[in-house]
Design a protein around this ligand. Structure first.
Ligand SMILES: CC(C)(COP(=O)(O)OP(=O)(O)OC[C@H]1O[C@@H](n2cnc3c(N)ncnc32)[C@H](O)[C@@H]1OP(=O)(O)O)[C@@H](O)C(=O)NCCC(=O)NCCS
Length: 204
């Protein structure tokens, strides 16, 4: 765990830095066909792939102070419900592991299926984005998903993010639905300040 990564709170969630103990959560997510339907290859990950994702999530806090992945514990549940990320992005996409951009971040989320449809993704993301703008001084937060991933797009819309790009890539093992392309949503600091800010609640 990176000491620079803050614990965050919302009305129903306590968001703690992703740690080694969260591997079972990550595995449950990455090996659920419904969760992975619109991610990566569009299929559940193998054990090796699951471990790679876990290592990537663990490492996400090491590139820039304060960035990283959070696991949420929800009121009334002893086990974590999912994760949210504010990822460091490289200034030069051809050099993905160096020279990170301190002014922008890519966000994303993955929740256990039994917790879908209760507003948790939106609630956690609101706080993670607030932290990005207020805590880290970002100028922009963006998110990407497959065009057909309607729940994820809806979450980004509810966060005040705007659809800014659609593109069509070819992949060696394309996930079903990729023929409809991928989309990027974005919110700038100005847009967030103009309407997105909500005071963080006192505690959980
Ligand atoms: C995407 C995901 C995080 C959403 O989590 P969630 O906690 O259910 O999200 P919320 O409850 O905050 O909001 C979901 C919204 O999508 C809407 N929605 C759900 N299914 C939908 C569909 N098929 N078409 C349109 N809207 C849909 C819900 O009605 C809700 O909007 P509302 O509040 O206006 O009713 C969750 O489904 C998930 O983990 N999916 C698998 C991983 C994934 O795809 N992650 C994103 C990858 S980029």
């Amino acid at each position: 765990m990176n000491q620079a990564q803050a614990t965050l709170h919302t009305a129903r969630l306590r968001l703690v830095p992703y740690a080694d103990e969260h591997y079972p959560l990550s595995k449950a997510l990455d090996q659920d066909p419904e969760v992975m339907k619109h991610i990566g290859f569009g299929r559940p990950l193998t054990d090796d792939e699951t471990k790679q994702v876990h290592d990537w999530l663990l490492k996400s806090c090491t590139y820039l102070p304060g960035f990283g992945t959070w696991v949420a514990y929800a009121e009334g549940h002893s086990e974590p419900i999912g994760w949210w990320i504010l990822a460091a992005t490289p200034k030069d996409p051809t050099k993905p592991t160096e020279n990170f951009d301190t002014s922008r971040s890519e966000t994303g989320y993955r929740l256990l299926r039994e917790h879908w449809g209760k507003g948790y993704a939106t609630e956690g993301s609101k706080e993670v984005i607030r932290h990005g703008f207020q805590g880290l001084g970002l100028n922009e937060v963006f998110g990407e998903t497959m065009t057909v991933n309607k729940p994820s797009r809806k979450v980004m819309e509810k966060l005040g993010m705007k659809h800014v790009d659609t593109w069509f890539n070819e992949y060696p093992t394309p996930p079903p639905g990729i023929e409809e392309g991928e989309v990027r949503y974005r919110i700038t600091r100005e847009e967030w300040e103009a309407g997105q800010y909500e005071s963080p609640p006192s505690s959980v």
